[in-house]
Design a protein around this ligand. Sequence first.
Ligand SMILES: Cc1ncc(COP(=O)(O)O)c(C=O)c1O
Length: 391
Amino acid sequence: MLHDLRVPAFDVDALDLGELRQRQSAKYQRYEADVIPAWVAEMDFPLAPPIAEALHAAIDRSDTGYRSASGLVEALVGYADATWGWQIPPDRVVPMPDVLTGVAQSLLMLTAPGEGVVINPPVYPPFYSTIRDVAGRVVVEVPMSRSADGTHAWDLAAMEEAFARPEVTAYVLCNPHNPTGRVATRAELEAIVDLSERHGVVVISDEIHGPLALPGATHLPYAQLAAEDANAVFLVSASKAWNLPGLKCAQLVGTSRTASAFTERMPLEVTYGTGHLGVIAAVAAYEAGQPWLDDVVSILDGNRRLVTELLDEHLPLARYVPPEASYLAWIDLREYGLGDDPAEAILDRSRVALSAGPTFGTGGAGYARLNMATSPTILHEIVRRMGTVVQ
Ligand SMILES: Cc1ncc(COP(=O)(O)O)c(C=O)c1O
């Protein structure tokens, strides 16, 4: 019998809350020291060694100037081909500071003020403010459907109705979907391609969680199903899978139809907002980060199952469908009568910080989102504490 003899990239059981609290990033700075933070999508794991080495080397050579994007496009092209069989034409890649900037710029370049933009709540909360306040477009909610067992799905019939409205010109697809953890199937994506073509709606596909597909699910880039000249934009980034969001580097990929809007009309300052250290880290992630990511995926696979067990023990009336990708547990706490925002009571009484369900829009009331990207030991303590809210 063959055994995997590779040494894991890090010892997840060595994670220590005291050490984690030394971090200066948002996750560990927002709340008081007695609160365990499990809210914003940052991971507790140590950086992938090739990324840490690349960043240390950059600091050692005082390499902190403006970004050049040197190697970024080649690294993304290589990663997308190896991971998804997606062959990205290099001249269609535009560096972005982050995915949300990519969403905003896509709307600004490809739609007109006041037009409607479909999103599928419960969904990543900043989509609302990006569409409304940054881009000046109108949010059109088409909620995910929820079946009796709590599984969410894209409501294709409702999307057809919305896409048919004359004012609707864009759709922000969140795949893998945050917070439900759904990974769109080939059939779902084909239906979306068809809807987009028939109704002339531009699809802005946010695939930031794509590299974090967990065993049993396959992330299919929208580009693999859409035509080469599709009315679409793809947004990818190493920032979620390798925990680099503070370094500010994402990538926008256009099609033969949409790419020129960004290369010809988008203000240069936008793409130059991309962080130089972010580029260096993304190149290392795409080129040499896979072994670390394999370990992380296997930890997350264990953690998503552990959450099922822990909820059974400490909050048996909670309902949770393990995500198909990434590290966010979307937990239905409505049976406990904690109001629309159970995260508030859990923070006050249990000293655990979760993301508040109602901020994810329609379908979020009574839910809370738990970040599972930590050690099993810390996860035990998080869910144990959560259970005390109903005692
Ligand atoms: C679906 C989704 N899109 C975008 C982002 C933010 O990405 P960025 O920091 O690159 O804007 C997140 C962060 O968690 C996310 O979950």
